[in-house]
Design a protein around this ligand. Structure first.
Ligand code: FAD
Length: 510
């Protein structure tokens, strides 16, 4: 396809990477990136890059990926609650400073012949080009300007987060909660350079208000950092910070916004990256998604005869992968929003719950990559010694056959006896709502008194995962035995839910 001019709105990772790939594929076209900020300023601190990202980026552009990897900082992962810590030796985790990543991508875009224009805010309407790539981020004005055509919907998370950093490298990534007189704050912290770490801190609305952060948020001018919160959290996380300061970069409490759009293109304008879709940061995938969009757009433009067909093909290819990750991210966000409720779970079992929180990783798969952590987590679940936990391959069956004593009930395994469904002490609950929605909260609040709650509902996988998550809410809110129907084909999900203390028993259907 003949493209003479390509305008890219936004010089974030998505825009810069797209510009380089497009210029290489269309050497005669004039490709210009318009970025409102300056080349060496950006928001945020470091971002994590999952290993899969690297494989995809290597295939598309080995040179820039090598430069990104060599500017990144590898690290391991730990979970710490109080003095108890469990560490994963995970060889594939990488993080990179956002500013460093952008400077690498700027260099490679320029090297390919892309023109970079900094320091002025532009709109898609004022740019004359054959193709306009709107990579203008989560607050995309382009998406707003053509709202009827793109059909955006934006959902805000319940919890609040603060993206800050510190001037030393933590020994590994760490997830760690701290409880103050106002409530619980959880840090997701990881090193991204020899002298820098990202510190992402989350809390719930009640704690945020009790600590007075609704006031400090309102009083922090745009473009500045909420120093009141930073000072408070620096004290709260003093142990993890090892005496170092917490620093801000236009840092304010925010609620995560999940963006979805009915369509990603209109005429010659195409949305890419956060302007089209976002996925909660706890799965560390936003940058990857933006750069993978760029790869797909470049390929679609090379393969199709006309612009409209190319943009259709781009969207057709990317939408399923994006929606899949958004579904995982939504579960992950809900897990973190309710993290404070799980702090009595032994830390190795909590790590197991964390890894299986979104239905992406099975206990068996996790056991293969974490042979020291998983036996400890499963031993805590089954009240046995870690040496009694079997090797991967036999774990799912082992979980399902663990005995359970619950008040007067004794069970030889975790597959619920069918007679339990209809006892006078059993309340059957049909679940057709998302587990973290207001409707779910109403179900939990309005449960009839019962010794057993038996959760039923549709048998597709997403509904089953919803049911298992609602099971956890009910377990946390009551002393009753919680049973959930699970299709026989979803044994791995049943095992993950049992081992993570989401439900007490499962009942296999069909
Ligand atoms: C707290 C937090 C933690 C995160 N952690 C991770 C992580 O660990 N790993 C990960 O992969 N992702 C992470 N992300 C997500 C990641 O930051 C984004 O998904 C990614 O930056 C998206 O890239 P983008 O190019 O689409 O948009 P952006 O990076 O937002 O870039 C958009 C650019 O467009 C510019 N712009 C906007 N409007 C205009 C205009 N009108 N004119 C000119 N320029 C304009 C902006 O200045 C900006 O530079 C995190 C996000 C958050 C909020």
């Amino acid at each position: 396809m003949n493209l003479n001019t390509i305008a890219v709105l936004g010089g974030g990772p998505g825009g810069l990477y797209a510009a380089r790939l497009l210029k290489r594929s269309h050497p005669d076209a004039e490709v210009t990136v318009y970025e409102q900020g300056l080349p060496d300023t950006t928001f945020g601190f470091g971002v994590g890059l999952a290993s899969r990202t690297q494989r995809n980026l290597r295939q598309a552009d080995e040179q820039s990926l090598d430069a990104i990897v060599s500017a990144s900082h590898p690290h391991e992962m730990a979970m710490r609650v109080g003095d108890d810590e469990v560490r994963l030796a995970h060889g594939e985790l990488l993080a990179i400073g956002r500013a460093t990543l952008l400077s690498v991508l700027q260099r490679y875009a320029e090297e390919a012949g892309v023109i970079l224009r900094y320091g002025a805010r532009r709109s898609a309407g004022e740019l004359a080009a054959d193709l306009i790539v709107a990579a203008d981020g989560i607050s995309s004005a382009t998406r707003g300007e053509f709202a009827d055509e793109f059909g955006p919907s934006i959902a805000e998370g319940d919890g609040l987060y603060l993206w800050c950093g510190t001037e030393f490298a933590l020994p590994s990534a760490v997830f760690t909660p701290v409880t103050t007189e106002h409530g619980t704050f959880v840090a997701h912290a990881y090193p991204y350079a020899r002298d820098r770490s990202t510190f992402l801190i989350e809390t719930d609305e009640q704690t945020w208000k009790l600590a007075g952060f609704d006031v400090s948020t309102a009083e922090t001018p745009n473009g500045e950092s909420d120093q009141t919160s930073l000072d408070y959290l620096q004290d709260a996380f003093a142990k993890t910070l090892q005496g170092n300061r917490l620093i801000g970069n236009r840092t304010k409490w925010l609620r995560f916004r999940t963006v979805r759009c009915r369509s990603w293109h209109h005429r010659n304008i195409v949305l890419l990256g956060d302007s089209a879709h976002t996925a909660h940061y706890s799965i560390g995938s936003g940058t990857k998604l933006a750069m993978e969009d760029a790869i797909a757009l470049d390929r679609a433009l090379l393969a199709a005869d006309g612009l409209e067909a190319a943009l259709d093909a781009y969207e057709l290819e990317r939408r399923p992968a994006v929606e899949h990750l958004q579904a995982i991210a939504e579960r992950s966000m809900a897990w973190w929003d309710s993290f404070a409720d799980r702090m009595t779970i032994p830390v190795a079992q909590l790590m197991l719950a964390y890894m299986t929180r979104a239905g992406k990783v099975t206990v068996e798969r996790f056991a293969e990559s974490a042979p020291h952590v998983v036996p400890a987590g499963l031993a805590a679940f089954a009240a046995v010694a870690p040496a009694d936990v079997p090797a991967p391959g036999a774990i799912t069956d082992w979980i399902l056959t663990r005995p359970l004593v619950h008040s007067t009930h004794r069970f030889t395994g975790r597959d619920a006896p069918s007679g339990l469904r209809d006892t006078t002490r059993t309340a059957r609950v049909t679940v057709t709502v998302r587990p973290w929605s207001d409707e779910a909260a109403a179900i939990v609040a309005g449960l009839p008194p019962a010794g057993v709650y038996w959760l039923e509902g549709p048998d597709d996988r997403e509904s089953t995962l919803d049911r298992l998550e609602l099971g956890e809410r009910i377990r946390l809110a009551t002393d009753a035995l919680v049973v959930a129907d699970v299709p026989a084909a979803l044994r791995a999900d049943a095992a993950a839910a049992l081992a993570s203390a989401r439900v007490d028993l499962v009942a296999f259907t069909r």
